[in-house]
Design a protein around this ligand. Structure first.
Ligand code: ADP
Length: 717
């Protein structure tokens, strides 16, 4: 306690102050208070009051140095206007100030505030004791303030001397405490400030060891209690990466910047930082490095995204270009002209076929240019229908154009359509034209064809009418003919009958004469009679034949069916022809199978046919043989009687004709063989009414086979 001197009770009592033990108590109480209080103002005020009570103080002020500014200002006062004391200050550079020099002094001194014109202190005019206050901070003794006390009595000097020692130290301690608190608060505020910065900030020493790190940095590089293994590894890796990124060693004037890839200890994901380091120098701390990390992951991602977007745009552009090229190719490969017009109706694009119609080629003649302009005008007028047609998106119709080089008419069919943009506004008009020349030509041909068809139809109608008339005439003629034919048949039948009666009489009388019933007959007469008989019989046969045909044609040939065996019939035929066979000197025989089914037919008619066939075979066979055979086709249920000869045969061209009425293979008047040519005609008709048929196989010079084919039973009857 510098400047303190023991107060003896005797001296205190002599000065009229309190007694020894009371004073000691008072001193102890004050000392205790001063040690306990941490409020400088209260400390000063209490000290002045104590002096007023025990040290005869009337007016006093305590001045202290402000730790930061070094300014000397009023702290507390007794017997003085406190507001004036608070306002009172002396700047540290006020070197002429007596009070400042007193405060910096070491000894208690006198201060006389009466010398100057106006009082230098709020104490007012008077003489005062100036007690400098000082205290130790560390090893240093520093001035802490000044007590100006009045009136300057001995008691006050003694008490103030004692008190000044304690108060100076106490104020020094409190100032230091306050300073520490203040710097601690400032530090905390600064800490708070750097902690609120979202970017990691780190202070390292020149060796790269971390000195200070804010919260954001701590999250990346700091370990926490009970952390996971993954986080621990991530933090260790981050620290390693960080130290390799921070430049070590001495002072660097420029800020260094580089990229640093770290790991997010929480998420485990990559974080890209830009690290900026700068050297800082401090007189006490020396050189250090400040590193500020800026998270550029998002920026990096955004850059990547932008690059990706840009790449996509490029790809899309290339695709669009390719698409457009393809479209051009397609449009140009279409044979029909295609024209794209803008919303104003001006042509903006067209394919090659359209170019031929709507653009003037280089070196074209004035006529060609004129035609192109005319085409343009017609086309524009067509497109305007769509442009000014309210609400329509499509227009269809014909346009009359011309082929510019040739001037030939080019009738086209056109369809225009609106192409709408995203918001429904008109973007373009596409028109497709189709050459109708061919169709027009086809239509013309069609019209011609239609006319010709109509004319033809008219003619056909007319011809049909004529034909119907002719048919009617024919029908009538047929009826007439049928009537005539019936009349003819009737006439022939009648006539034949009429012929036969006298002929039978002639033959009868001739026979009687030849038999000598009418008297003896000379050989010459007999010869003539035989001629009459022969010709008469021939005539009778002829008349019978004519009668048969007439009957058949008139439908008056009756058919009488019976069951009979063919061998018997054949035997009968051969027996009847016996005289002719004998005369012919031919080998005439029958070849009959053992078993033949019985036949159901008209026996006399079958016999008549077979008789005729055998008769013809003998007649037309100069030498050789005639064979009569039968056969049965079980599948077709048909029986055949065949007559085969080795005679003259029949030319192929005659093979059908010989079945016609009055037809003979040799129709010449000088023919070799007799006959009327009715036999086969009758045979065919008879076979027909028996549901059978006549077949012929013959080769000239080799012979013939006539076959009568009959059903087992006739169908019709
Ligand atoms: P005709 O009374 O003349 O014999 P047909 O009608 O019986 O009349 O025969 C017609 C013609 O068919 C005959 O004139 C003859 O030329 C030819 N003809 C018929 N049968 C034979 C045959 N077996 N061989 C060759 N020719 C035949």
């Amino acid at each position: 306690m510098a400047g303190a001197s023991p107060i003896t009770p005797a001296r205190a009592a002599a000065a009229g102050g309190p007694g020894g033990s009371e004073l000691l108590e008072a001193k102890l109480g004050l000392a205790e208070f001063l040690v306990a209080s941490d409020n400088p103002k209260e400390t000063a005020y209490r000290s002045l009051e104590w002096l007023a009570e025990y040290g005869e103080l009337r007016r006093g002020v305590c001045l202290t140095f402000d730790a930061e500014s070094g300014r000397l200002g009023g702290l507390a006062a007794v017997g003085v206007d406190p507001a004036a004391v608070e306002r009172f200050t002396i700047e540290p550079d006020d070197h002429g100030s007596r009070i400042l020099s007193l405060a910096l002094g070491r000894q208690t001194d006198h201060f006389d505030d009466t010398r100057a014109g106006s009082p230098a202190t709020p104490l007012g005019r008077g003489r005062y004791l100036a007690v400098p206050l000082s205290g130790r901070i560390g090893r240093e003794t520093v001035p802490t303030g000044l007590l100006l006390l009045g009136p300057p009595t001995d008691v006050l000097r003694e008490m103030a001397g004692w008190l000044g020692g304690i108060l100076g130290h106490r104020l020094a301690r409190l100032a230091r405490l306050r300073q520490a608190l203040e710097s601690d608060r400032r530090l905390r505020r600064e800490r708070m400030l750097i902690d609120t910065v979202p970017d990691p900030i780190i202070l390292t020493d020149t060796e790269g060891a971390m000195l200070v790190a804010n919260t954001a940095a701590h999250r990346l590089f700091g370990s926490v209690e009970g952390e996971s293994e993954g986080r621990r590894r991530a933090v260790a890796l981050n620290n390693m990466l960080f130290s390799s990124a921070v430049p070590q060693g001495g002072w660097r004037s420029d800020a260094q910047s580089r990229e640093l890839l770290l790991v997010d200890p929480q998420e485990g994901s990559d974080l890209l930082f830009e690290i900026i380091t700068r050297s800082v120098a401090d007189a006490r701390e020396g050189t250090a490095q400040v590193a500020v990390l800026r998270n550029v992951s998002d920026l990096h991602r955004a850059t990547e995204q932008i690059e990706e977007n840009y790449r996509r745009v490029r790809v899309a552009e290339a695709e669009a270009r390719a698409e457009r090229d393809r479209l051009d190719l397609i449009i140009n490969s279409v044979a029909d002209p295609i024209v794209v017009s803008d919303p104003g109706g001006a042509i903006v694009m067209m394919n090659d076929p359209a170019e031929r119609i709507f653009s003037v080629p280089e070196g074209a003649s004035p006529e060609t240019a004129l035609r192109v302009r005319a085409n343009d005008a017609h086309f524009s007028s067509f497109v305007s229908n769509l442009l000014f047609g309210e609400g329509t998106t499509r227009h269809h119709g014909g346009v009359s154009l011309v082929d510019p080089p040739s001037g030939q008419a080019l009738p086209v069919e056109a369809v225009s359509g609106k192409v709408l943009a995203e918001h429904g506004e008109l973007a373009a008009i596409v028109t497709v034209l189709h050459d109708r020349s061919e169709q027009v030509e086809k239509e013309r041909l069609y019209e011609e064809l239609k006319l010709a068809t109509e004319q033809l139809e008219q003619r056909i109608t007319q011809a049909t009418v004529e034909l119907a008339e002719q048919n009617e005439q024919l029908r009538r003629s047929k009826l007439e003919l049928e009537a005539a034919s019936a009349a003819k048949s009737q006439f022939l039948a009648n006539m034949s009958h009429e012929f036969r009666t006298p002929l039978n009489a002639i033959l009868g009388y001739t026979s009687m004469m030849l038999q000598g019933i009418t008297g003896p007959v000379s050989p010459a007469l007999e010869k003539n009679l035989r001629r009459v008989d022969s010709n008469g019989r021939h005539l009778l046969a002829l008349i019978n034949d004519v009668l048969d045909i007439s009957r058949i044609e008139a439908g008056r040939m009756p058919v009488t069916l019976s069951d009979f065996e063919l061998p018997g019939l054949i035997r009968e035929v051969l027996a009847e022809l016996e005289p002719i066979i004998t005369r012919s000197r031919l080998s005439v025989r029958s070849e009959l199978p053992r078993r033949m089914p019985a036949l159901t037919s008209d026996r006399p008619k079958v016999k008549q046919i077979v008789l005729n066939l055998v008769n013809n075979a003998i007649k037309f066979t100069p030498s050789g043989s005639v064979v009569v055979s039968t056969s049965f086709d079980a599948r077709r249920k048909e029986t055949a009687v065949s007559v085969t000869d080795t005679g003259i045969g029949i030319d192929p061209e005659d093979q059908e004709r010989i079945f016609e009425d009055f037809r003979q293979a040799d129709n010449s008047p000088a023919r070799e063989y007799g006959g009327a040519g009715l036999g086969l005609a009758i045979c065919r008709r008879l076979a027909d009414i028996l549901d059978g048929r006549l077949e012929l196989r013959s080769r000239p010079g080799q012979g013939s086979t006539f076959s009568l084919v009959l059903p087992r039973k006739p169908r019709r009857r």
